[in-house]
Ligand binder design. Structure first.
Ligand SMILES: [Zn+2]
Length: 476
């Protein structure tokens, strides 16, 4: 029997507020353990929580961007469990009245769009961190009480690929909103996945397992693929799936059982008596709506319409807001009607340069005028070859010099002088009689080999287009 997966994702996003969600402690990352704590986040008796207004606004912003209904009336609840990193023995979360619900996020796979249904997004406080040493564990409560937004999908994802796309797009939207860094390495974005399988074409739901300890989007995809296989094999062997929580082991590329899955009733939720319910007025909501910037999807459509870019190019350029803004500054001032070369140079050489220098494209110190000047020198004026162009670009990023200056200083301009190039071509023809014979029987690769040889002789400075023309004339 073949099975199809049904997947749901729970994403925790740490909101980028300066202080914690129910007290004034700093949320700064990386400080000495237990230096950012107070009676409220340590759970001292009698200490009262006060909701961080910005955390609520950020949560609403995300809800709106994910096409959710933001509820007029919202409240907080206590979720009870014991763990050494949770001093109160309960977490303030939201149970039956989350800030927002019933939204969706649109993804595209191979040009086909689909809306992944989002069931809810609620605000809660983070727990502390356990640091495990050889014989003991240490508790750091700096993270206790940091604002977390939990975004939960319906079981509406039907392949690991869709899960991956959902996560990439979710991260992009949240970064556009500038409400979280969404850095999985720092734990400001965390993801749990639950998955079950069912006979292909049927509509029920099988027994699910929940996967934790996923530390990259790739890990999510790999773990889901592993689980689909494990569930299918178990069922085909006539055995039953046990509902449980499993941990992903990245090194071994497998999941291992951790504990049986608890259910909502195990947590003994009840309304948080120390916080009043919150009313979100229409005026409040529309004020927050006005602060939402152009989101990736709209930006992509605009890039296609205004700059004539392809779906693919526009999709890559808008993934991060910083890079999209960086790209747009350059697209705007590029004088030609066809803007494709600008997209190509950003997606190709510029991205490669950024990754060589271990930074983001948007952090490269190349002013827009110099960038489009370089493209013009390569694409239109053909003063330098494509290959030399890439070298010049790297130097521009490192020195901040203009492309003209670099080309002059290092004498990189390409040779387009027919007479001198004819000499080089003839020398190469003489040196390679075998290849020449192949060219004569119509082997195009051999012709390109000769072009390569001329480029080598001229240390990359020959204009390859003219070299090719001369060669073709010689064999015509
Ligand atoms: Zn505190």
């Amino acid at each position: 029997m073949t099975y199809e997966p049904v997947i749901g994702l729970e994403v925790h996003v740490q909101l980028k507020t300066r202080t914690k969600v129910f007290c004034g402690c700093s949320t700064e990352f990386g400080n000495e353990p237990n230096t950012q704590v107070c009676p409220v986040c340590l759970g001292f008796p009698g200490a009262l929580p006060v909701l961080n207004r910005l955390a609520l606004e950020y949560s609403i912003k995300v809800g709106l961007a994910l096409n959710c209904t933001v509820q007029e009336f919202t409240k907080f609840d206590r979720k009870h469990y014991y763990y050494p990193d949770l001093p109160k023995n309960f977490q303030i979360s939201q149970y039956d009245l989350p800030i927002s619900k019933n939204g969706y996020l649109e993804i595209q796979i191979n040009g086909v769009s689909r809306r992944i249904k989002i069931c809810r997004a609620h605000l809660e406080e983070d727990a502390g961190k356990l640091i495990h040493e050889e014989n003991h564990s240490l508790v750091d409560l700096n993270r206790t009480g940091q604002p977390l937004l939990e975004i939960v999908t319906e079981p509406d994802i039907f392949s690991p690929e869709e899960a991956y796309e959902y996560l990439v797009n979710l991260k992009s939207i949240i970064q556009y909103l500038e409400v979280s860094d969404c850095d999985m390495e720092k734990g400001t974005l965390r993801c749990d996945a639950n998955i079950s399988v069912r006979p292909k074409g049927s509509s029920g739901l099988g027994t699910k397992s929940e996967i934790k300890n996923l530390n990259s989007f790739k890990a999510v995809r790999d773990a889901l693929e592993y689980e689909i296989e494990r569930h299918s094999e178990t069922l085909n062997a006539g055995e039953k799936i046990i509902q449980e929580t499993r941990l992903w082991d990245d090194k071994k590329s497998q999941t291992v059982s951790m504990r049986s899955k608890e259910e909502a009733k195990d947590y003994r939720y009840f309304p948080e008596p120390d916080l009043p319910p919150f009313i979100i007025s229409k005026e409040n909501l529309s004020e927050i709506k006005n602060t939402i910037p152009e989101l990736p999807k709209e930006k992509k459509s605009r890039f296609i319409q205004v700059y004539g870019l392809s779906e693919y190019d526009a999709g890559i350029l808008v993934m991060s807001k910083q890079n999209a803004d960086y790209a747009e500054e350059r697209l705007k001032i590029y004088p030609e009607k066809d803007k494709k070369p600008v997209a190509n140079w950003i997606i190709g050489p510029l991205t490669a340069t950024a990754s060589n220098l271990k930074c983001e494209v948007s952090e490269l110190q190349i002013i827009p005028e110099d960038f489009v000047a370089l493209i013009d020198l390569v694409e239109k004026k053909q003063v330098i070859s494509n290959l030399t162009g890439k070298t010049v670009l790297e130097k521009m990023a490192k020195t901040g010099k203009s492309p003209d200056l670099i080309i002059r200083e290092e004498n990189l301009a390409q040779n387009s002088d027919e007479k001198s190039l004819e000499k080089e071509v003839d020398a190469v023809i003489q040196e390679n009689p075998k290849v020449v014979a192949d060219v004569k029987i119509g082997k195009n690769n051999s012709l390109m080999f000769l072009v390569g040889q001329v480029m080598k002789r001229t240390k990359g400075k020959a204009n390859p287009k003219i070299v090719q023309e001369i060669l073709k004339r010689r064999f015509a």
